[in-house]
Design a protein around this ligand. Structure first.
Ligand code: ZN
Length: 255
């Protein structure tokens, strides 16, 4: 005899095949962050946002592969907050913001977000990123790393590096601009939610001023980018950055 028919909804293919790559990525994250709960929470939100997006299974796999790569590269780094949260929380958070808040569902921009600090802060190389994720992704990550000057930039003083970053902001490609804004939005939010342990009020306000100058440079180059798919998402990020600048100023204003 036949077994009773199961009338419950069949699993969506997408979701079924999602789980294997997801499990592998989840395991890697667990190992490199020692099971950190804050990273876990952001990663689960990112996974859910991906599942609710119009991205395909292949795109989903590519994005999760990128999470694994970035997590391994940043494995020995932490954020500058009191808890010293594993660094990978930041690139995943930046990608989550692009997906959820800017509603930009483009694989390469999400990959650039996940990788945006690997060239500058880890042993990742342009060639390795290009071989794994393609030249467009590698080139955009390079754009976001070269902005503080040519090799030897680490020897430049902080004021020079900031000035170069502001000037460079207007010259970024569309994809790099989106990631730059989401990166600054994340950092501004962290200044209130998970502030660096050693900063003074003046330094917090100085960072908000610095981001405002970057924002102004980006806005002054809109005509180069207005025709691009995702421009609406860029405007949304600009608005959120501007609002967050005000919040940081209010929060740290000296009485
Ligand atoms: Zn960053």
């Amino acid at each position: 005899m036949f077994a009773p028919v199961d009338y419950s909804p069949a699993p969506i293919n997408k979701v079924a095949s999602y789980s294997m790559v997801f499990d592998a990525t989840h395991r890697v994250l667990n190992v490199v962050t020692n099971g950190n709960k804050s990273v876990e929470t952001v990663f689960i939100s990112f996974k859910e946002a991906l599942c609710n997006s119009s991205l395909t299974v292949l795109q989903y796999d590519d994005i999760l592969d990128t999470v694994q790569y970035a997590a391994q590269k940043h494995r020995f780094q932490t954020r500058k907050n009191y808890e010293k949260t594993p660094y990978i929380i930041h690139p995943i958070g930046v990608a989550l913001s692009i997906l959820m808040e800017a509603q930009i569902e483009l694989t390469e921009i999400l990959q650039i977000a996940l990788l945006h600090d690997t060239l500058e802060d880890t042993d990742a190389t342009y060639e390795e990123i290009a071989a794994k994720f393609g030249y467009h992704v590698a080139g955009s990550v390079k754009e976001l790393s070269d902005e503080v000057g040519e090799p030897g930039r680490k020897t430049q003083d902080q004021a020079t590096r900031k000035r170069l970053e502001i000037e460079h902001a207007g010259k970024l490609s569309f994809d790099a601009t989106v990631v730059k804004l989401a990166d600054k939005l994340y950092n501004l939010r962290d200044l209130i939610d998970n502030p660096p342990a050693t900063w003074s009020n003046e330094r917090f306000i100085g960072y908000a001023d610095f981001v405002e100058q970057i924002l102004n440079h980006i806005v002054s180059h809109h005509e180069d980018k207005a025709h691009i798919k995702g421009f609406h998402g860029l405007l949304k990020l600009e608005q959120l950055v501007q609002e967050q600048i005000s919040r940081v100023r209010d929060h740290y204003k000296t009485k």
